[in-house]
Structure formats: structure tokens, C-alpha cells
Design a binder for this molecule. Structure first.
Ligand code: B12
Length: 210
């Protein structure tokens, strides 16, 4: 039996090979992928953030922890993606302009996919124009934006405005999230939905398209 506390430590210390092999062993042993994420991997990234804030970790440590998290997430992702059900709608998701954080965005995308949504992943550093194009030309029902920096959050408002200007208000729903984002901010910029976690994102997307 794997000691899952080691998974927390592996992500925290950026030990990608151990993080991957611990996740693989746990999954092979029937562990719940959601639990691996919620109890060990996400708290480890939260601790990485705390250490960064306390000047105990610097950008290189952030990067290697993020790499360990991403590698382990690749093994978990297929497990989150349920087989086959009919599409619940099309979601175009991306991290806003100027922002390169994509771990949370990828997690939300995987959970939405698992929840039966078709996903158009626009990646990181996505301009308002690209979000609008996904709605207009690729038929997205929901635009989902992620921001991890207070300096990039205004890009969410710019995108909401661009969607309005393109005449798509009401036709496409907007959902936002990311560590600094709040319900209050969502209300202020006129977004239709907000969640502070990936499973909440699925619930909100369903509500928006109900
Ligand atoms: C990993 C990390 C990085 C990695 C990113 C790697 C990658 N590929 O993503 C690297 C090293 C590249 C990085 C760079 C930087 N980072 Co950084 N980073 C982090 C860190 C430690 C973890 C983020 C993370 O992945 N969390 C885990 C995921 C699972 O959580 P999450 O993203 O919040 O997502 C969840 C929810 O928010 C929600 N969610 C997310 N998106 C969405 C979208 C929708 C639609 C919905 C509904 C929900 C939702 O669901 C997710 C799952 O539960 C955070 C600290 C923290 N605790 O947040 C700092 C942090 C975000 N970074 C920070 C900073 C300052 C930077 C840099 C400016 C550092 C520098 N000096 O260069 C650069 C900026 C680069 C850029 N232009 O984007 C600050 C931001 C401060 C601020 N107030 O703006 C933080 C908070 C660290 C800190 N405490 O100071 N970073």
C-alpha cells in the first residue's frame, strides 16, 4: 500500500518521477483519483504557494513543483474523463492574456470533459479576440476563463466586453475562476458563473446550460 503522504511531499519537493510512480501505484491499487487530487496534490501546490509568498521558495522551485504536478495529473486525467455520454455542451476554456498558469485550467477542463462536455482548449495567454472567435466560429456554448494573477484578472472583463460587442451577450455564457477570482468579481464584470474549484465548475456549467 502506498503512503499517500509521500505524494504530497513529492509534489511539494518537485520530485516528478516519484509523484508519477506514486500516483500510478495508487491508481493501480484502486485509489480514487479525485481523492488523490483533493487530499494530496492540490494541498501540496497550496503549500508551494505559501512557501513562495514566505520567500522560502522561488520561481525555480515553483516550476519544478508545477512539473511534478502536471506529470502526475496526466495519469489522473484519463480517469476523470468518463466514457462516451452524449455531449452536455461545448466549452471553450483558456487562461487569460498575459497569464501562463494552466494547472487549474487543465484540471477544470478534465473535469468538464469527465462531466460530458466537449472541450476546446485554447491554452494559455488567450486574447479576448480568441475567446470571441471560439464562440462565434467554433460554436462554444460556454467561455471558461482562468486567471491566477491579480494583474491578469482585468483580461476577464475585457473579454466579457468583447463578447458583448460581438453581439454574443446571452448567446454564450461566461464562467470564470482561478485563485484570486471571487464571486464578487464575477458579479462586477458581468460573468454568468464562478467556482473556486473544478467540480464546482461542472455544476455551474450544467446550470448555465440548463
Ligand atoms: C505553479 C505556479 C506557477 C508556475 C505555473 C506553471 C503552470 N504551468 O501552471 C510558474 C512557475 C510558471 C509560475 C509563474 C509565475 N507566478 Co505563479 N504560482 C504557481 C502556484 C504555486 C500554484 C498555482 C497552481 O497551479 N495551483 C493549483 C491549481 C489546481 O489551483 P488553481 O489554479 O487555483 O485552480 C483551481 C481553482 O482556482 C479553480 N479554477 C482555476 N481556473 C478556473 C477556471 C474556471 C472557469 C473555473 C470555474 C474554476 C477555475 O479550479 C481549480 C481546481 O480546483 C501559485 C500559488 C497558489 N497557491 O495559487 C503561484 C502564484 C499564482 N504565482 C504568482 C506569481 C507572482 C507568479 C509570477 C509573476 C512569478 C514571477 N515573479 O515570475 C509568474 C507569472 C507568469 C505568468 N505570466 O503567468 C502569485 C500571484 C500573486 C498575485 N496576487 O497575482 C502566486 C499566487 C504565488 C504567490 N503566493 O505569490 N507560477
Amino acid at each position: 500500500m502506498t503512503d499517500l503522504q509521500e505524494l504530497y511531499t513529492a509534489v511539494l519537493e518537485g520530485d516528478a518521477p516519484s509523484a508519477k510512480s506514486l500516483v500510478q501505484t495508487a491508481l493501480d491499487g484502486g485509489a480514487d483519483p479525485q481523492e488523490l487530487l483533493a487530499k494530496y496534490m492540490i494541498p501540496a501546490m497550496d503549500e508551494v504557494g505559501r512557501l513562495f509568498e514566505a520567500n522560502e521558495y522561488f520561481v525555480p522551485e515553483l516550476l519544478i513543483a508545477a512539473r511534478a504536478m502536471k506529470g502526475a495529473l496526466e495519469l489522473i486525467r484519463p480517469k476523470l474523463v468518463a466514457a462516451g455520454a452524449k455531449s452536455a455542451g461545448k466549452v471553450a476554456i483558456g487562461t487569460v492574456r498575459g497569464d501562463l498558469h494552466d494547472i487549474g485550467k487543465n484540471l477544470v477542463a478534465a473535469m468538464l470533459e469527465g462531466g460530458g462536455f466537449d472541450i476546446i482548449d485554447l491554452g494559455v495567454d488567450v486574447s479576448p479576440e480568441k475567446f470571441v472567435e471560439a464562440a462565434r466560429e467554433k460554436g462554444a456554448d460556454v467561455i471558461a476563463m482562468s486567471a491566477l494573477l491579480t494583474t491578469t484578472m482585468p483580461g476577464m472583463k475585457t473579454t466579457v466586453d468583447a463578447i458583448d460587442q460581438a453581439g454574443l451577450k446571452g448567446k454564450v455564457k461566461v464562467m470564470i475562476g482561478g485563485a484570486p477570482v471571487t464571486q464578487r468579481f464575477a458579479d462586477e464584470i458581468g460573468a454568468d458563473g464562478f467556482s473556486d474549484n473544478a467540480s464546482g465548475a461542472v455544476r455551474i456549467a450544467r446550470q448555465l446550460l440548463a
